[in-house]
Design a protein around this ligand. Structure first.
Ligand code: SAM
Length: 471
């Protein structure tokens, strides 16, 4: 029985309700009156139910699809402006006891070199990341209680936050590790993590169990209920995701929205972010063996409808996607991207990286500077901001900021000031020049006069060497 308030995975992610929603949407997808009614309703920027959203995703009418894209772009602009937050993944360990069929870390894979970074190696990685200009990381590990216990993750977080190299600092560490206990989530919270990220991979229970045949990750309920345990452990910001290509996209699209509805109903706040990774080739993983791959066009529509359905939730695209695909989806809702990423353990500090310790092939191989330059050229403001988290604006407190209409007086200035840090400390001469032009122009648009003056003052102080201003 479907119950979004239930704490049981199979009740808040109800197979019956997902199938009924898809069937209803298939029946009504050409009912233009209904489709247009929902698009009209989304003008209040308050989001859509999973049923309304799947109907919009399946609708085939060209004009309606254009209206959905326009609404997505409008919401993106209202909530996130032209800012794109930048981060990088940091792989700490690829030891894994699970048997996930699509992941090269699966324990039976003997071709990949197994590695776990020492604290000294983490220092080197972090210095390399700081020298690129990164301020925000996503920690990644395989699941292995012996080789990669929670104490190791906690120690690594401490090491990362402690490194201050030149003007660099990692100011927010998000964590993407396997589902764990309330007690461990509490420890992660105490260690000062930003978002706890866990991809569901697929919400389809049978398919989930087939894809995760062995190891702790096999337990569907334990995995699906992880966000509730994280929130019980005090973590306000959680990041959901499905790995598109594993299952039927319609099922997972409804599933992730039901998950968001559940978190909102029970904890009063939905997911902070949603990631939309697509399956990639990797050692021992051949994408062509999976029949459910989604096209770029469909991917673009998924992003757009997600944007309309959950306006308060950030959407993340990684370097699994190419420059071209990233260009296709950025205007319709993406708020965070990774740049200059390596998916190898130790890949940032070592020149000759062992390619076969990588998790998957990346499609966007550009350096961070190239990504920043490209964003600027395309009218976006690359942001290295971590202010909300550091000012305690997590969970529903971030939403209060959005609801109070203070984004342009708060997030925008923070984005510009962190971009200035990047430009002064790390950018190539071309990117530096372009960034300063954009900062000058964008700062003029800050609505509140006092804030605007303060921003110009801080920008000036930064020329004198000061750093880390924020609202
Ligand atoms: N081990 C953690 C867990 O159990 O959730 C998560 C860390 S894993 C390094 C991060 C994510 O990479 C996984 O959740 C999965 O969605 C994704 N991934 C695994 N294999 C992939 C592949 N071949 N292509 C694209 N993404 C993949």
């Amino acid at each position: 029985m479907y119950d979004k308030y239930s704490m049981k995975a199979e009740e808040f992610i109800s197979d019956e309700e997902i199938k009924a929603s898809i069937a209803w949407a298939e029946e009504n997808k050409n009912n233009l009156e209904l489709v247009n009614q929902i698009i009209d309703k989304s003008a209040d920027h308050k989001g859509l139910s999973h049923r309304e959203a799947i109907l919009l995703l399946l609708c085939e009418d060209k004009d309606a699809i254009q209206r959905i894209f326009a609404r997505a772009a409008e919401i993106k602009d209202a909530f996130y402006g032209n800012r794109i937050v930048i981060f990088a993944p940091l792989y700490l360990s690829n030891y894994c006891v699970n048997g996930c069929l699509y992941c090269p870390y699966h324990h039976k894979n003997k071709h990949i070199a197994r590695r776990k970074l020492t604290q000294e190696e983490i220092r080197k990685e972090v210095i390399a990341l700081q020298d690129m200009g990164h301020k925000r990381l996503a920690l990644e590990t395989g699941e292995d209680p012996v080789n990669c216990p929670i104490e190791y993750v906690l120690e690594s977080i401490k090491t990362i936050y402690s490194i201050k190299h030149k003007n660099g600092a990692i100011r927010r560490v998000n964590v993407n590790i396997a589902a764990t206990t309330v007690e461990n989530y509490r420890k992660l919270k105490e260690a000062g993590i930003g978002t706890y990220v866990l991809f569901q991979e697929t919400y389809h229970k049978e398919q989930y169990e087939y894809l995760h045949p062995t190891g702790p990750k096999h337990n569907y309920a334990y995995h699906t209920e992880a966000m509730d345990r994280a929130m019980e452990g005090g973590i306000d910001d959680v990041g959901c995701g499905v790995l598109f290509g594993l299952n039927l996209y319609k099922y997972d699209f409804v599933g992730i929205l039901m998950h968001a509805e559940h978190l909102e109903a029970v904890h009063g706040v939905g997911p902070h972010t949603i990631s939309v990774p697509r399956l990639r080739n990797a050692d021992d993983v051949d994408v062509s063996e999976y029949e459910n791959a989604i096209s770029d066009e469909l991917f673009q529509r998924i992003v757009a409808v997600l944007r309309v359905a959950v306006p308060y939730t950030g959407i993340i695209i990684s370097t699994r996607e190419s420059q071209r695909t990233r260009e296709m989806v950025l205007p319709y809702g993406v708020s965070q991207i990774s740049g200059g990423s390596r998916t190898t353990v130790g890949g940032y500090a070592e020149d000759h990286q062992e390619e076969n310790s990588a998790q998957f092939e990346i499609s966007d191989h550009r350096s961070l500077d190239e990504v920043v330059h490209w964003l600027l050229e395309n009218g976006h403001v690359p942001s290295f901001c971590t202010a909300c988290y550091r000012e305690g604006r997590t969970g529903d407190r971030f939403m209060s900021l959005v609801k109070a209409g203070q984004i342009r007086n708060c997030c925008h200035p923070n984005a510009l000031m962190t971009l200035k840090e990047y430009a002064e400390d790390y950018a190539s001469p071309e990117t530096h020049k372009l960034a300063l032009e954009v900062i000058e122009k964008e700062a003029e648009t800050i609505p509140n006069e006092k804030v605007r003056e303060k921003v110009f003052e801080h920008l000036h102080d930064m020329d004198g060497g000061m750093r880390d201003f924020r609202f």
